[in-house]
Design a protein. Structure first.
Ligand SMILES: [Zn+2]
Ligand SMILES: [Zn+2]
Ligand SMILES: [Zn+2]
Length: 308
């Protein structure tokens, strides 16, 4: 709880969050996450906090002479052994926090303060829910009383961090993001719907991250995950993916992150010659077969050659 109180003190947007506040906010949040997750593991069995439970002995545990498991392993054990329901989203937020912490330790701040604030808010939110559901019920009344004031302080601190995020998003929606909801995507760095597509990629207005067309195409290839992104009929770059923008839930587009061409899925069909996606045969061509420009040219050349 002491770590968590420190987190909300450092990340309080009202008093201003400089690089130093962000640094200690993240370090202490990571420390809090580790302590809280492990204390739940301890309640299950003490051997579960060893990095390798197979090598656990009660002597080593009593002497605190062992390497303990990391946050990722703790989450996995809480899920698989304790049967806790930790959502994918929460697990991902904890993983991101671990990365933020390592980056801060070695390279200083690698994401904008806004991004770290938003990510930290998501983890803090999870930890409070985790405390409520998994740890507080295991405490006796005296223990619960002893942390009551800290819990209140942390809850109101989270409120202020979330308030910062909401306020900034509202301001962006009224200005930079106005009228752009048909081209907004969720940002993988800060988690906000503030990633606006631009030629050759996208820019996040919340955390100022720039993402390349290639990265985006791979990330948003929801239609056929793992399959390489499609080649764009307009610019030929392999950066066309099929997904839904913010404005249209279920309203999917084939969108090219390089040249910004977009097609409704039923506007495209596989080319009869090579299989690449291509707009349906155009009007007046009297054919239901779809041929891309390359294949059309090849067939015309072959026909010409056969005539001579
Ligand atoms: Zn962002
Ligand atoms: Zn294109
Ligand atoms: Zn073709």
């Amino acid at each position: 709880m002491d770590y968590l109180v420190s987190v909300v003190e450092h990340l309080d947007a009202e008093t201003g969050t400089g690089p130093r506040e962000i640094k200690y906010g993240v370090l202490h949040l990571q420390a809090a996450a580790e302590v809280l997750l492990k204390s739940r593991l301890l309640r299950e069995h003490w051997s579960l906090v060893f990095s390798d439970p197979a090598k656990a002995t009660s002597e080593k545990f009593a002497a605190s002479d062992f390497n303990s498991c990391g946050t990722d392993a703790a989450v996995e054990r809480l899920r698989n052994i304790c049967g806790l329901d930790i959502s994918k989203k929460d697990a991902a937020a904890l993983k991101d926090l671990g990365k933020d912490r390592n980056a801060l330790q070695h390279y200083g701040l690698t994401h904008s303060a806004e991004a770290v604030e938003s990510r930290a808010g998501a983890v803090l939110d999870f930890l409070l829910r985790f405390l409520d559901a998994e740890l507080l019920p295991l405490l006796d009344e005296t223990e619960r009383d002893s942390i009551k004031d800290d819990m209140t302080r942390v809850r109101s601190g989270l409120h202020s961090i979330n308030g910062f995020v909401t306020e900034r998003m509202n301001r962006l929606r009224a200005n930079e993001l106005k009228g752009t909801t048909d081209s907004l995507l969720p940002c993988s760095v800060c988690g906000q719907w503030a990633l606006a597509v631009i030629p050759n990629g996208a820019h996040c207005h919340f955390c100022t991250t720039d993402v390349s067309a290639e990265e985006l195409a791979a990330a948003f290839q929801e239609f056929d995950p793992g399959h390489p992104a499609n080649e764009c009929p307009q610019c030929c770059a392999s950066t066309m993916a099929c997904f839904a923008f913010m404005d249209g839930p279920g309203d999917e587009w084939f969108y090219c992150f390089t040249c910004q061409a977009r097609y409704k899925p039923d506007e495209l069909a596989g080319c009869t010659g090579c299989g690449r996606l291509w707009p349906h045969g155009r009007e007046g061509e009297g054919t239901t077969q779809t041929l891309c420009d390359d294949c059309r040219r090849r067939i015309e050349d072959e026909e010409l050659a056969s005539r001579w």
